[in-house]
Design a protein around this ligand. Sequence first.
Ligand SMILES: Cc1ncc(COP(=O)(O)O)c(C=O)c1O
Length: 362
Amino acid sequence: MTDITKLMRPHLVKVATYHGVDPSEELARAAGIRPEDVIRLNANENPYGAPTSVTDVLKDLVVHLYPDPEQRRLRAKLAEYTGQPVERVMAGAGGDEIIDLLLRLFTEPGQKLIDCEPTFGMYSFCARIADAPVVMVPRRDDWSIDIDGVIDAIDDDTRLIFLASPNNPTGNLLSEAEARALLDTGLILTVDETYYEFCGKTLCHLLDEYENLVILRSFSKWAGIAGLRIGYCIASETLIQHLLDIKQPYNINAAAEAAAIAALDNRDEVLERADTLVEQRKRLEKTLNDLDGVDYFPSEGNFLLCRFNGRTARDVYEGLAQRGIFVRLFEKARLEDSLRISAGTPEQTDRLITAISEVVGG
Ligand SMILES: Cc1ncc(COP(=O)(O)O)c(C=O)c1O
């Protein structure tokens, strides 16, 4: 028999895969509880979902025709929302697809990406798939970027830097001065603003000055349509044109396109839900302030990175899981005692607060 792995690209044969979140049924099965009792606070999803003004458009969807490969209506709407020319925006099947496209566009095998852990794992995953070595410049203890360290790590083969702002999972922002210092290196800097709508802070205005800046956004979190897979990026006209040239023609499915347009048309209602999540994050912060043995890092997103002193994160994770609450466990360097907890509805937050008090206090 042929060993088909010998025909594969060698770097992909044993690639470390990316483990996304399991469906609620799986979480319930592992914890020995009913699926309807699962509270998912492990993926920074929006537990409210999208309002009916957004989901109603899915009912009359035309599904027998291909969607617009040039994303005309959607890009026009995104241009209006972001205040940018239409030539500077394009949508992807989630921010994830755009990260992948950027790696395809800017790296040949062996050309490098700079990553600053702890952060979102998709940058290094897409780099592994593209055979682009990842140069890791760890964040400082306060989770800020070691700007001098990044600049020192650059060599002739470096192509891209990815930084999330707010960063997942630490919740802190990249400052304008830091972004400028990195943009001045001339490399492609992607500022990932997936959580923009929870803080309102953006570096979009730098696009007028820098052709090498990419702003990445998503509809998964604020708009509550993670399951439809849609995100977008804003960048110079040249960069966007090249991304459009290499994307799959129908990368945005008809449902995602229609829902994203409806979310932008009904943005006040959608944003109200995002605001509620921020309120719930603040409520959680207040409770944790009064609880011994837990602290957290200030966050600008819809999540909180909590540190449990004197306990392993796995112990706390399991205690919460037994109570039906699933949060994000990392079990990796510098996060052994930390869990990322997504903001939930007020009712979910009530249950979370009771559960944390029992697990940490008990
Ligand atoms: C920082 C960051 N960027 C991008 C994404 C991907 O979002 P999308 O669902 O649009 O692919 C996530 C998802 O968790 C994220 O946390």
